[in-house]
Write a protein that binds this ligand. Structure first.
Ligand SMILES: Nc1ncnc2c1ncn2[C@@H]1O[C@H](COP(=O)(O)OP(=O)(O)O)[C@@H](O)[C@H]1O
Ligand SMILES: CC(C)(COP(=O)(O)O)[C@@H](O)C(=O)NCCC(=O)O
Length: 329
């Protein structure tokens, strides 16, 4: 006779840790890995990082982003090794050398993606194995305002359908395929539109960082219903920058206030009219943009992609990283 499960074994079963593909680390656990990073920052380099113009706490750079640059440096080396194995297998049949390592940086509007991406670019380029690090933001692949208006998408800017996703994927695929020169359109936050007649050129980097809201979105199915290769399929590593929605809203509004005192003053600024009204009215308008565009995009499209990232960095209310979740399987 099979004996009934005792309360003890039931509770033991309940507490058995779930199998998970992630390892969760506290800030303290992660920053302790700094001692294993054989590339400390010199005073001169710290100064250079300050020159990036971001409000970056330098302890944050040492504790969080320097160990991350070491992890990425190890990944680049290991990925080169894998590529070597593949080339040995393929022989002359399509083997490839000099393939850049591609990193995706995802997260909400105003969560701090650009800051993380710029920091990684600065830190990764210090490693002698991969000095040439290019950074590209996906806003260059937004449809021009004229096209957004025609498609009724002006209040969906940043949603997956507001981008030319096929061109973006092709752009990254071409860089990864080792093309000598690959170009992309350029977006301007000043005019809130694609800049006519300007292109950004990328020339065979060692590492490419692709930063944007929707970089971890799965590929769209093709017309025949078959899955296409999507942008994220070209990533060797991805970072999702995470924080509470309330904190991100506050950062968004703070940034709007700061821009109102600076960039919006430019006569060519799309948002210039918000320098002519009271600060309260301007912030009400920004809150409207957050609640009707950026927050729904975060909830519906961006946050659901978090589980696909290799690394999730979770920030607290002061932008300091509190926890990290790294994929290990
Ligand atoms: N590590 C940080 N420490 C302090 N402020 C930060 C940090 N990262 C971002 N910020 C601020 O938060 C706001 C959003 O950051 P940004 O990098 O522009 O976000 P995103 O590129 O995700 O829209 C900006 O005002 C920026 O100065
Ligand atoms: C340009 C953006 C879509 C971000 O683009 P990304 O570089 O992430 O592709 C975003 O900053 C934006 O302008 N959102 C529209 C609503 C707003 O003005 O906040």
């Amino acid at each position: 006779m099979i004996s009934p499960v005792s309360p003890i074994s039931r509770s033991a079963h309940r507490h058995k840790p779930e199998a998970t593909p992630y390892v969760d680390l506290t800030r303290a656990e992660w920053s302790a890995l700094r001692d294993k990073t054989p590339l400390p920052l010199t005073a001169e380099e710290v100064e250079k990082l300050r020159g990036l113009g971001d409000v970056i706490d330098l302890d944050e750079v040492r504790d969080i982003y320097l160990p991350l640059s070491r992890l990425l440096n190890l990944y680049v080396g290991a990925t080169d090794g894998l590529r070597g194995a593949l080339n040995t297998f393929l022989g002359e049949q399509g083997s490839q050398s000099g393939t850049p390592f591609v990193i995706g940086v995802a997260g909400s509007v105003a969560v701090g993606k650009s800051t993380v991406a710029r920091l990684l670019q600065a830190l990764l380029s210090r490693w002698p194995e991969h000095p040439r690090v290019e950074l590209v933001t996906t806003d260059g692949f937004l449809l021009p305002t004229r096209e957004l208006e025609t498609r009724g998408l002006m209040s969906r800017k940043g949603f997956p359908e507001s981008y030319d996703r096929r061109a973006l994927t092709r752009f990254v695929a071409d860089i990864k395929a080792g093309k000598d020169e690959v170009t992309a359109p350029v977006y301007s936050h000043l005019i809130y539109d694609i800049v006519p007649d300007r292109r950004l050129t990328v020339r065979r980097p060692d590492i490419l960082i692709v930063e944007g809201l929707n970089v971890l979105q799965p590929a769209l199915p093709g017309q025949d219903g078959r899955t296409r290769v999507g942008l994220a399929d070209y990533f060797d590593f991805s970072v999702y920058v995470d924080a509470s929605t309330e904190d991100i809203e506050r950062w968004y509004l703070n940034r709007f206030r700061k821009l109102r005192a600076t960039a919006f003053q430019n006569p060519d600024s799309y948002f210039r009219k918000y320098t002519q009204v009271s600060e309260d009215d301007a912030v009400d308008y920004a809150r409207g943009l957050w609640r009707t565009i950026n927050k729904p995009n975060l909830v519906e499209n961006i946050a659901p992609t978090r589980g696909r990232a290799t690394l999730v960095v979770r920030k607290g209310p002061d932008h300091k990283v509190q926890r990290l979740r790294l994929r290990k399987l």
